[in-house]
Design a protein around this ligand. Sequence first.
Ligand code: MN3
Length: 239
Amino acid sequence: MKILMDRRSFLMGAVASAGAAALAGIASGRTLAAEESGPFTLPALPYPYDALEPHIDARTMEIHHSKHHAAYVTNLNAAVRGTPMERMTIEQIMRRGAENLPAAVRNNGGGHINHAFFWNIMSPNGGGEPGGELRKAIEKTYGSFAQFREKFEREAKGRFGSGWAWLAVKRGRLECYSTPNQDNPWMQGIEPILGLDVWEHAYYLKYQNRRADYISAWWNVVDWGKVEQLFYRAVYGQR
Ligand code: MN3
């Protein structure tokens, strides 16, 4: 218990500071420009484009971030201009729920928050397996980490067309599922702690049609420390 508490206080400290910035510095002023004036900005990647090589290649990262993500930001800014959403955070907008959002906000707002989240749960020092309370929760829910990984991969491979696979926390419990297009757990009032982009643009240059190979390689760049922080925030953090 003492170890748990120490770990908790440590993590809560980290979470408090990472807190608002945990979603990949969505609100940070750092921007690569390009996007038109508006409340939302393209967050800088937390590592260089080639940092995730060989698992995710530099060219894919560059286009994915500087073209795809940038376009979601530009289009989101255009979609919220002159509406009350101009003064909301992207998370607040998403929490209105997919069915309550104009299509342009649902798609581009989802594209913005999903990618900001995605960059932040990967790292050149990633890979391995989770520990601590998250590992216990995974083992309790799925039997073992290996069984969780199989379930997550089934969701990622089974998503027809474009979408995402997620591990999320709903009322303290883990949920693993996929969403179409740029829909996401925030739209359902659920906290994502891990997410994988399975749109073809995320892997086609290196893997072409081999989505399964991309998924296998991607585990090598998952930042489990970050995922554990998000898990603690979802379970213990106040909303
Ligand atoms: Mn993408």
